[in-house]
Write a protein that binds this ligand. Structure first.
Ligand code: ARG
Length: 281
């Protein structure tokens, strides 16, 4: 019997296992690009809200099909970026931290998300320094990788470590296109990540190489369509469909890439992960 190259490759893929997740999402009912606070946003580009809602609903349905729980947060008029629920805060280890936004345009979201956290039984604490939630605070196993350089302040990393009791590893970002950690790094499971090295300082790259010697490094073409703004359940990786090269890398590493199109939400500088707050129990 002859084994075709594909079958041979298949047999060497690392088996991956799914853990069911709890997410919160906010529909883009009031989505718009009315101000520009990152290089992806251009206020002269028209936005199709109906299309944004349909693409977002497909993402929510994808999570539900994979068996995950999705809670919905009520959107608020006048807060067009509220769809990027990852920025709401960080709920982990029995604690809830609500975001403190850098830009005035987003500050009302903290109030809305604190109300939602309260109503769902997570009593939120605020940080004194800027923290943009899971945009910059990514849980990997028992630690937190924390971005800084554009939004979340390093002093907030210290606050997050104190509040959660978890070790926090600071990583400095250098390219304004990758202004939040979740635009440059994906957590794939408790010990595996993917990232785009040029988005980080040499020091941060050194830390990542040390902690994750088997990390997947993605190419510019995938990073520049926000391919790393993806969500993994340990097996399935829901990723922006434009990132075809990243999907191949994921497949060869044993993951199941599930592509979704969030082209309208990319106009605000976000994709799959930005629209998804994971609630860690
Ligand atoms: N327009 C939003 C901002 O610039 C996009 C936030 C994207 N969210 C994320 N988790 N990266 O703040």
């Amino acid at each position: 019997m002859t084994i075709s190259p594909d079958v041979a490759a298949e047999s060497t893929r690392t088996p991956r296992s799914q853990r069911l997740r709890h997410y919160a999402m906010t529909p883009p009912t009031f989505f718009a690009v009315e101000y520009a606070i990152n290089p992806w946003m251009d206020t002269s580009t028209p936005v199709d809200v109906d299309l944004a809602v349909a693409q977002w609903a497909n993402l929510r349905d994808t999570y539900c099909r994979l068996g995950h729980t999705v809670d919905l947060v009520e959107p608020v008029p006048g807060l067009p970026d509220m769809v990027y629920a990852a920025n709401a805060g960080l709920i982990v280890n029995g604690t809830a931290i609500v975001a403190r936004f850098k830009h005035a345009e987003r500050r009302g979201e903290s109030v809305a998300y604190a109300t939602w956290m309260d109503q769902s039984g997570h009593h939120p604490v605020a940080t004194r320094h800027v923290n943009e939630g899971q945009g910059d605070l990514l849980v990997v196993g028992s630690m937190i990788l924390a971005g800084t350089g554009f939004r979340t302040q390093p002093q907030a990393h210290v606050e997050v470590a104190t509040i959660t009791g978890m070790p926090v590893v600071s990583l400095e970002l250098v390219d304004p296109r990758f202004y939040h950690l979740d635009t440059a790094l994906t957590v794939l499971d408790d010990s595996t990540i993917a990232y785009y090295p040029p988005a980080f300082t040499a020091a941060a790259r050194g830390v990542l190489r040390e902690l994750f010697p088997d990390a997947i490094e993605v190419a510019s073409t995938d990073a520049y369509v926000l391919g790393l703004n993806a969500v993994s359940d340990g097996k399935h990786v829901v990723y922006p469909i434009q990132a075809a090269g990243f999907a191949k890398q994921l497949y060869h590493a044993g993951f199941h890439p599930v592509g979704v199109d969030l082209s309208e939400l990319l106009k605000g500088g976000g994709s799959v992960k930005c629209c998804t707050l994971e609630v860690f129990s």
